[in-house]
Design a protein around this ligand. Sequence first.
Ligand code: SAM
Length: 329
Amino acid sequence: MIDPFGRMVSYLRVSVTDRCDFRCTYCMAENMTFLPKKDLLTLEELERLCRAFIAKGVKKIRLTGGEPLVRKNIMHLVRALGERVKSGELEELTLTTNGSQLARFAGELAEAGVRRINVSLDTLDADKFRQITRWGELARVMEGIDAALAAGLKIKINAVALKGFNDAEIPAMIRWAHARGMDFTVIETMPMGEIDEDRTDQYLPLSELRAALERQFTLSDIPYRTGGPARYVEVQETGGRLGFITPMTHNFCESCNRVRLTCTGTLYMCLGQNDAADLRAALRASGDDAHLSAAIDEAISRKPKGHDFVIDRTRNRPAVARHMSVTGG
Ligand code: SAM
């Protein structure tokens, strides 16, 4: 699949549910209205959609959400897609999780063919963790991380950089992650969906964070890539990798290889734009995949050049109305 700007699309992110057991303040409002369960694609339908994308050249699939591990019977889909990894059709099956259910699922994920996961974690302080997630319990996430490491999964910790909340803690988090053999990535907060707080207050440009980190760490740019948008440095003092995801200060749209499928079968060709394609209709129109394949081609032909997120006092509105939990991270 090649888009109008010559970019090859080989990476599909699938939000398997918009529901989550946390309510991170920068991600969701406390009182969210979720999709009625009847609107969700079944796991079999999601699998069929994934297979159609694999047939068209997708090599990497990331399951996300909402919280992917709270979708009922999610391991059914993980195992089915894991078979595609084992057969070599798919290079990687991975997921992004808040870690709350990992203690239960880590072993099964590894058995199913998952090798790497991203765990989102914004602080190592239990009180601050409760504050930012509203509902989360740090100890459970830590148990989950331990279980995932014990199961042999490679972990990347993702932290959203939030001014005045975790910026001072990031160096300690880097040391903690690297001491446990985990990569660590920081992310700029994006203006997606209405939340209860002011994003302008939270937004921390990573150029500022990097300059602060360079006062205590020696950072060297490295060409390491995982197929996602992070740009990596090696931290000399820890020997570990540190990633920067900078949708605001430096967008990475020119190398975008991704599209995003929601749990209702809507395909978003860009995280930061509203244009989308309804693949559910194509999926349900016929049992053979020709119709679906044509709908995917048509969607890819509309992949936009990029997003134009801005956070400042004059434009303090979400750039897109949907929350991150609809399309996933
Ligand atoms: N529940 C899973 C998790 O916590 O990783 C997967 C979904 S969550 C929406 C994916 C990632 O998006 C998390 O790392 C979260 O911190 C990040 N995220 C949510 N809202 C964001 C925003 N407005 N800007 C930047 N990152 C955001």
